[in-house]
Design a protein around this ligand. Structure first.
Ligand code: NAD
Ligand code: LMR
Length: 329
């Protein structure tokens, strides 16, 4: 092994997603089979002991690529030298909590983490925010890291992307590998827009292959957009293994590139493309190469898609204005 280890900081390491995520990072699924990793785990003080337990299990796997594990309850230390940051820990909404309370509580987490990233992360830092509300939490962290290029802050819509591929493949009775160019637009929330009009199935336009606008509107879109709530209802806890899998996919694609003739979905700071206000962190179709991403340009957006994109973007603008009003950005 010639490469020096990549420092991967994971917040919320003792949580459900953390438990499903860390073993796959350590076994090489995040960065590939030739890249050793050092894990830097961040937890709140009360959960450090549980994180230590997970670290013992990681040790017990004797992963050849795992070059070390450090555990912190201080964000500055956890992000010191980080090359990749997976921001999973967040404040969940609890009974009686208003939206503003939720945004404020998360501001208390993502503001200091943004500052810590600004202070000590490596020059090539790449951030993925998983903790909800993911897009706006990413915006808060990014606003407090003025020395880090804004495009390094991303939010996860890859789980929605994977869910949409799976639903479409099941509808058409084709393998998931037949489906390309799926896009999730907007927010990781029930307003998101999973777009089949630019997707392809075996080289054919996906919306045409489905040929059923009623299914698309009344079944496909709500099923994908409300899947997170359906999982919570069924499991009694939010998605964990599939969320961890999507986080692995997101970073792996960012680092290793999209396949020729395909793209993926990432929540990224808007450059104004497709009429999405500059600066908000919104999901777009992107291609990736050499560790950088680009928004797919030139897609024709019809009235149906325009209305859906506008609705989810309006929600992101509202969230941005709310955190601005709270002095969090
Ligand atoms: P969890 O409650 O099991 O774990 C969260 C962990 O974060 C806990 O161990 C907690 O101690 C820790 N934590 C809280 N504040 C922290 C801080 N300031 N620093 C470090 N750690 C902190 O939750 P989970 O199931 O692992 O989910 C984590 C988040 O991911 C939630 O916000 C959830 O809604 C979100 N999520 C997002 C997606 C997505 O697609 N973007 C999908 C699923 C879940
Ligand atoms: C998901 O999409 O599964 C989660 O974001 C749901 C949630 O609220 O944690």
């Amino acid at each position: 092994m010639t490469q020096s280890p990549v420092n991967v900081t994971v917040t919320g390491a003792a949580g459900q997603i953390g438990y499903a995520l860390l073993f796959r990072i350590a076994s090489g699924h995040l960065l590939g089979p030739d890249t050793p990793v050092k894990l830097r785990l961040l937890e709140i003080p009360q959960a450090v002991k549980a994180a230590e337990g997970t670290a013992m299990e990681l040790d017990d796997c004797a992963f050849p690529l795992l070059a070390g594990i450090d555990i912190f309850d201080d964000a500055k230390q956890a992000f010191d030298g980080a090359n990749v940051g997976l921001l999973v820990g967040a404040r969940p909404r609890t009974k009686g909590m208003e939206r503003g309370d939720l945004l404020e509580a998360n501001g208390g987490i993502f503001k200091p983490q943004g500052e810590a990233i600004n202070a000590g992360a490596a020059d090539d830092i790449k951030i993925l925010v998983v903790g909800n509300p993911a897009n706006t939490n990413a915006l808060i962290a990014q606003a407090h890291a003025p020395d880090v290029p804004a495009e390094r802050f991303t939010a996860m819509t890859r789980l929605d992307h994977n869910r949409a591929i799976s639903q479409l493949a099941a509808k058409l009775g084709v393998p998931v590998t037949e489906i390309k160019k799926l896009t999730i637009w907007g927010n990781h929330s029930a307003t998101q827009y999973p777009d089949l009009f630019h997707a392809e199935v075996g080289g054919r336009n996906a919306a045409e292959a489905v040929g059923d606008q009623a299914w698309l509107e009344n079944d496909f879109i709500p099923t994908v957009a409300k899947r997170g709530a359906a999982i919570i209802e069924a499991r009694g806890a939010s998605s964990a293994a599939s969320a961890a899998n999507a986080a692995i996919d997101h970073v792996h694609t960012w680092v290793n590139g999209t396949a020729e003739g395909d793209w993926t979905s990432m929540g990224i700071p808007s450059d104004g493309s497709y009429g999405v206000p500059e600066g908000i962190i919104s999901s777009f179709p992107v291609t990736t190469k050499d560790g950088a991403y680009e928004i797919v340009q030139g897609l024709e957006i019809d009235d149906f898609s325009r209305a859906r994109i506008d609705a989810t973007v309006a929600e992101l603008v509202e969230e941005r204005d709310a955190v601005k009003g709270l002095g969090l950005i």
